[in-house]
Design a protein. Structure first.
Length: 166
């Protein structure tokens, strides 16, 4: 049932074991006592990755939309974030010996028109194989990468990730 509700808890973020990984950064606020918003900075010349360990909660086996909120280093161009899932079900596979092929879905979004504004980027998945058949109550890995073939010059700085059922 398509609901738009949040259906996954991010347990922790984690760099991939052998990268290349996005780098940790910060977006500085301009108030008198400035905010420091932690970011993951994805480079424009190298495909970089970042993983999130997730726990599916109250998931009704529908499609998923991953919303990435980001800031861009330039005020023109487009950014291509790609996402993929790995299922870690109960007693299904030995994750330290079984290789997994991530099948990425992509979406292209025009960056915000002013540097420092936040852009919202949706990557859409159907249920089943498109999300590695992950089910309610199971652990999984959400892998994110930026396709360096996009037209944004400079970093795309990831701020937050939401996973909703659609």
């Amino acid at each position: 049932m398509a609901s738009g509700k949040l259906c996954a808890a991010i347990i922790r973020d984690m760099p991939t074991a052998d990268g290349p990984n996005a780098s940790l950064g910060v977006l500085l606020g301009a108030t008198t006592i400035g905010e420091q918003i932690p970011t993951l900075d994805f480079d424009d010349t190298t495909i970089e990755y970042w993983d999130y360990l997730i726990d599916m909660e109250s998931y009704d086996a529908g499609g998923l939309t991953v919303t990435l909120k980001y800031s861009a280093a330039a005020s023109s161009g487009d950014v291509d974030f790609e996402c993929a899932f790995r299922r870690i079900g109960d007693d299904i596979e030995d994750i330290d010996t079984t290789a997994h092929t991530y099948n990425f879905n992509t979406a292209t979004t025009t960056v915000p028109s002013v540097i420092g504004e936040i852009g919202y980027h949706d990557v859409v998945f159907t249920d089943g194989v498109d999300i590695d058949s992950i089910a309610d109550g199971e652990l999984g890995i959400l892998r994110i990468r930026r396709n360096s073939a996009d037209t944004l010059v400079g970093d795309a700085s990831l701020i937050s990730v939401l996973i909703r059922e659609t």
